[in-house]
Design a protein around this ligand. Structure first.
Ligand SMILES: Nc1ncnc2c1ncn2[C@@H]1O[C@H](COP(=O)(O)OP(=O)(O)OP(=O)(O)O)[C@@H](O)[C@H]1O
Length: 473
């Protein structure tokens, strides 16, 4: 792109701008390309140095990859046909604000209003074939710059791996997760069954300096009590009848990595003593062995039972409790996560929609309402099961409350006054914001609160300016 700049040979402004924009960025800028084809009018090799290009061929993989990625530019190839399910999957993936999208399309594809809507709602720009390579690079460089403006936000979101959640309580949990990941002390995770404790433990491991080591997860409640000791610590050949060969226990298998002890509250007292000894000394001895083996690993434990009550009843040792709970993380119940319920339901639909016998186009209003009102005693696990069952069983275009088996009044527990107030506050703010085109100043004036208060309330209810609904939808 460089050219001579003699008196009579001045570059014009556009050329100077193009020169600046199209030369290689100082650090490799990431770009993700969603295309079935290696050559989508431009091959990855043509990006040149300074671009780190990753191509996603299957749109069903997009959401998973983008969810935990760094800020980057994205190219979406809309020249080819996508099925309705694929378009749904695309839409899921395009919603992440830290990736800024540029579409490549054709005049013919622009006649499809679903394609026009995707571009209008999720892309910062688009190019039509035939396009010049400079034009695409110029647009992408802009898109990358826009994505980088989300840098602060993504570092806050990055360490939680595959966990979905955007509500205030999940964001707070992700921030705590990032902090505990950078420390090596034992972590205790509390939360109701099915809230994602194991997923959080995995995310801590992945974000920690031990990520290259193993992640070993065991459910202490699922091992018969007479086997816990030998499973955890291993044994030597001949240690007991039937010990025909040496067995390396779970703790030793986690050497260099992370050991996740789920349902720690179910650990028999005898094993609690042995685990405490390991935590104090950093060594184990296999059953029937004489050698003390030094180990370096991190323990993360979890339970859905009340360990304080278990201590009071003498079922759990207080000294072990204090050793395990150096750092704590609490995962909120699903019913406390507001619209994350719908985010998760849509993610399950995007992932499993292909299991349906006909194309499903989302959730009906009655299903959405029922999901928001239901108490979800089994949390995310229950939501996944209900949505997956509905996907397979439904005869409808949109999943209904009945498909989710949330149709009877019996499943809908009465709401508390607090919950009703919260919902009314959220709805009031959302509708006033919408009526002012999501401009904070006039909305705050109408609601008779200060701008700062309105920002705080928007944060609390996870209302974002970007969620502005599009007219006609
Ligand atoms: N925030 C989330 N985003 C996406 N999937 C989630 C999330 N939380 C939980 N899940 C999924 O929900 C299911 C249950 O999660 P997990 O096993 O981690 O829960 P748990 O709290 O450890 O359950 P239990 O107490 O019964 O052991 C898993 O399939 C997990 O992948």
């Amino acid at each position: 792109m460089r050219r001579e700049t003699g008196m009579n040979n001045k570059p014009n402004v556009r050329e100077i701008v193009m020169d600046r924009l199209c030369k290689a960025p100082t650090r490799a800028a990431q770009v993700v390309v969603v295309s079935r084809h290696e050559d989508f009018g431009f091959t990855p090799a043509q990006f040149g140095p300074g671009w780190d290009v990753r191509r996603i061929q299957q749109v069903r993989d997009l959401e998973r990859i983008v969810r935990s990625s760094a800020p980057m530019a994205g190219v979406i190839d809309l020249q080819t046909e996508y099925s309705d399910v694929e378009l749904g999957q695309l839409e899921q993936g395009l919603q992440h604000l830290h990736v800024t999208w540029v579409a490549i399309t054709t005049d013919a594809r622009l006649a499809d209003q679903r394609i026009r809507r995707l571009i209008r709602d999720y892309c910062v720009d688009y190019v039509r074939t035939p396009f010049s390579h400079d034009e695409l690079l110029y647009t992408l460089k802009h898109a990358h710059g826009m994505a980088c403006l989300h840098h602060g936000r993504t570092t806050e979101m990055a360490p939680h791996g595959t966990m979905i959640g955007e509500c205030a309580s999940m964001r707070a949990m992700f921030r705590s997760l990032a902090k505990v990941a950078h420390n090596d002390a034992p972590v205790f995770i509390s939360g109701e069954s099915g809230t994602g404790k194991e997923l959080a433990a995995q995310a801590i491991h992945e974000a920690s300096s031990r990520r290259k080591g193993p992640f070993v997860a065991i459910n202490c409640g699922a091992i018969p009590s007479h086997l816990v000791q030998s499973e955890l610590f291993g044994y030597e050949k001949g240690a007991f009848t039937g010990a025909n060969q040496r067995k390396i226990g779970w703790i030793e298998q986690a050497q260099g990595g992370t050991l996740f002890l789920d349902e720690i509250g179910d650990l028999p007292l005898e094993s609690q003593v042995a685990l405490l000894r390991f935590l104090q000394q950093g060594t184990i001895t296999r059953l029937g062995g004489h050698q003390s083996i030094p180990l370096d690993l991190r323990i993360i434990s979890a339970t859905h039972v009340d360990l304080v009550a278990a201590q009071a009843d003498g079922r759990f040792r207080a000294d072990l409790f204090h050793r395990l709970c150096v750092l704590t993380l609490t995962i909120p119940a699903l019913r406390e996560r507001g619209e994350d319920i719908l985010l998760l339901a849509n993610a399950v639909l995007a992932e499993h929609g292909h299991e349906a016998h006909r194309r499903i186009r989302g959730f009906s209003p009655c299903a959405t309402q029922a999901m928001m009102q239901y108490a979800w005693p089994g949390n995310v696990r229950e939501l996944i099961n209900r949505v997956r069952r509905a996907i397979v069983m439904t005869d409808n275009r949109k999943i209904t409350a009945e498909d989710l088996q949330l149709h009877g009044g019996a499943e809908l527990p009465r709401k508390t006054l607090d919950a009703i107030r919260e919902e009314a506050e959220r709805e009031a703010i959302r509708s006033v914001m919408a009526s002012h085109g999501f401009h904070v100043v006039p909305a705050a004036r109408e609601l008779n609160v200060s701008r700062v208060t309105l920002y705080r309330l928007m944060h609390k209810h996870n209302i974002r300016v970007e969620t502005q609904p599009t007219a006609g939808e």
